[in-house]
Design a protein around this ligand. Structure first.
Ligand SMILES: NC(=O)C1=CN([C@@H]2O[C@H](COP(=O)(O)OP(=O)(O)OC[C@H]3O[C@@H](n4cnc5c(N)ncnc54)[C@H](O)[C@@H]3O)[C@@H](O)[C@H]2O)C=CC1
Ligand SMILES: O=C(O)C(=O)COP(=O)(O)O
Length: 599
């Protein structure tokens, strides 16, 4: 049966030259999958679009054991090739014939895998949560979507954490081995009680919070450390959010539940063990790499750590001779956190649906590097998406710190009815533009809403319906932030919000209004916005200050209320002016205020 599908991906890659070149070539593939790839622009903030038409069934390579219900779903739509235990070379060979790949934690999806796919691989499905075994940058650079199954194994992992906690505290694995070896050692295996003890949950996400709930049920005092968790979420289940040092120094038990990232890699090192209570007990069902395993061994030998229970290891499987694994105070399981019948069925269905949805061009809710949107919507909205992001990026820089951004309104002026204008992409792009300059978290189009919510930013949308031909999806987009001060008072509208408005002009994002002032500039490079008394010579003076400092002006526009009253000058600059240079502009007597903005 022929399955036709169009496939589209928006992302924000750092495009290098080689990548640009590889994106713009056409691939001639055995499955008659044709792909056309084109850029909307070279910058990392601009989306790129991938479109592929399947005229035969897509092929899905399942490289690790997946639950049967998921396999059945896949088989209804795709050719499914289950090949387990592939060597890295075998995976690279097979991948060039596959449109999607499904893995668990045991397969490393490296840059070489994406390179070997020669552009055919469109989706990688991680049948589980942690995506540290997938090279996300390489995936994005190769226009490949990565989706995961973030919810179905939460309870299994939390239950395994609790199982390890109790088994460790009561020496169950050691006692089991002892009795099977023909011994009866009732005095050797004296355990420790959990009730009343302090458990520090490191990483208060889905698994961490479920472990916390269960530990409270066991009568433990639970504290948590998570730099990104909102305090009201921890408070809701009676858990106190504390700093890292406080968590590790006051805990009797520590349980890891953060992802493995460059920031969490070897977070538990000699320094961290040094701060811990003597006799602390550690559980790790997150990732081996969050612990410096050699440091843990030292801490065990020194008696700082009394016991450890580990489901995960830096290298899996760990070397046979691993001193850590063989340590008498260490309990180990072979990465079993997600391995229950229920979780594996759930994960298989969750990942099969995500991969199939992606192959069909649907918006992927569990995308970890980029979302998918229908082809037609995407190509039509691409320039407006770039505009939306630029407006977000611009307005957030106009806000003066202190009061926090809580309420953002995005207004779309359109001739289209609600069913003919899908604004999800535009809202996500405004959000991305708003959040990225103020957040250390990487924001992609999928997590943008979530991160905004996490930061307490409410984004509302409104339409202004215009008369006219619905040929163009939008006339203009307005973004307003209420209840904040502005660094540039001119940006405050008559109704008191910081406001910017833009449109797409000649296919490019264009700024049309700042506060109540009309302006007329392309949204590219960097901008100086300057309000001055409208009088002869100001433009020339600003121009020569910039010129003398070798700052190249790309464009300039002036909007004014009335002759000789106030005017707003917008200057596009190719180079970043120094603070001293900006001060010179500010020192011009007619200049009332100015702001420098990076787009
Ligand atoms: N052993 C197993 O079989 C399983 C292991 N896992 C591991 O558990 C991890 C957590 O899973 P979920 O709870 O579903 O993910 P999640 O994304 O819901 O939670 C992760 C939490 O870690 C926090 N975090 C990030 N950086 C941190 C840092 N530097 N310090 C403290 N907290 C930090 C995040 O803010 C987030 O709240 C996964 O990334 C995966 O590696 C998950 C499922 C099964
Ligand atoms: O979901 C996760 O992050 C896990 O660690 C589970 O891994 P697995 O799918 O069992 O190899």
């Amino acid at each position: 049966m022929a399955a036709a599908s169009s496939w589209n991906l928006i992302s924000t890659p750092c495009l290098n030259k080689a990548f640009s070149a590889s994106l713009s070539c056409r691939h001639s593939l055995p499955s008659r999958l044709t792909s056309a790839l084109f850029h909307c622009g070279p910058a990392r903030t601009k989306p790129f679009i991938v479109k592929a038409i399947f005229d035969v069934k897509p092929t899905v390579l399942v490289a690790e054991k997946l639950g049967e219900p998921g396999l059945q779903l896949l088989k209804n739509f795709a050719n499914v090739n289950c090949s387990y235990n592939l060597s890295p070379e075998e995976l690279c060979t097979k991948i060039s014939l596959c449109d999607a790949l499904i893995v668990r934690s045991g397969t490393k999806v490296t840059r070489e895998v994406f390179e070997s796919s020669s552009g055919r691989l469109k989706v990688v499905g991680r049948a589980g949560v942690g995506i540290d075994n997938v090279d996300l940058s390489a995936a994005t650079e190769h226009g490949c979507l990565v989706v995961n199954a973030p919810t179905a194994n939460t309870i299994a992992a939390a239950e395994h954490g609790i199982a390890l906690l109790i088994a460790m505290a009561r020496n169950i694995p050691q006692a089991d081995s002892s009795i099977k070896a023909g011994k009866w050692q009732r005095n050797k295996f004296v355990g420790v009680s959990l009730v009343g003890k302090t458990l520090a949950i490191m990483g208060f996400g889905k698994v961490g919070s479920e472990v916390a709930r269960r530990a409270k049920g066991l009568g433990m005092q639970v504290i948590a450390h998570d730099p990104y968790a909102p305090a009201d979420r921890t408070r809701a289940i009676g858990v106190e959010l504390v700093a890292f040092d406080e968590a590790v120094s006051s805990a009797d038990f520590i349980s890891m539940h953060m992802p493995l990232t460059p920031a969490t890699s070897k977070m538990f090192n000699d320094n961290a063990f040094f701060k811990m209570k003597r006799g602390v007990r550690i559980v790790n069902v997150a990732r081996g790499g969050v612990i410096d395993e050699e440091a843990l061994l030292r801490a065990l030998d020194a008696g700082i750590v009394a016991q450890a229970a580990l489901d995960v290891f830096t290298e899996e499987p760990p070397p046979n001779e691993s001193k850590l694994v063989r340590h008498e105070n260490v309990t180990v399981t072979p990465h079993l956190g997600a391995t229950t019948t229920e979780a594996q069925e759930g994960v298989a269905i969750e990942i099969a649906e995500a991969v199939l949805g992606a192959l069909k061009g649907e918006l992927a809710a569990t995308a970890v590097n980029a979302p998918m949107v229908p082809a037609a919507v995407l190509s039509e909205l691409a320039p407006f998406a770039a505009l939306a992001e630029k407006l977000g990026r611009l307005i957030v820089q106009l806000v003066a710190g202190g009061s926090g951004i809580k309420s953002v309104k995005v207004t779309y002026a359109t001739t289209r009815g609600p069913n003919d204008l899908d604004t999800r992409l535009l809202r996500a792009m405004v959000t991305k533009g708003l959040i990225e300059p103020i957040s250390s978290t990487f924001v992609n189009l999928v997590n943008a809403d979530f991160i905004a919510k996490q930061r307490g930013v409410r984004i509302t949308e409104e339409r202004i319906v215009l008369d006219g031909s619905p040929e163009s999806p939008l006339e203009y987009i307005q973004v307003q932030i209420a209840n904040v001060e502005s660094k540039f008072a001119t940006a405050i509208s008559e109704t008191g919000e910081v406001k910017v408005e833009g449109k797409v002009k000649d296919g490019k994002p264009h700024l049309g209004r700042v506060g109540s002032y009309g302006v007329d500039v392309n949204l590219e490079g960097s901008l100086i916005l300057c309000r001055q008394v409208d009088q002869p010579g100001i433009i020339g003076r600003v121009g020569s200050i910039l010129g003398e400092a070798n700052v190249n002006v790309s464009f300039m526009s002036v909007g004014r209320t009335a002759p000789r009253k106030q005017a707003v000058m917008t200057i596009g600059v190719d180079d970043e002016p120094t603070v001293d240079l900006l001060k010179k502009i500010g020192d011009i007597p007619a200049v009332e205020e100015f702001v420098f903005l990076k787009l």
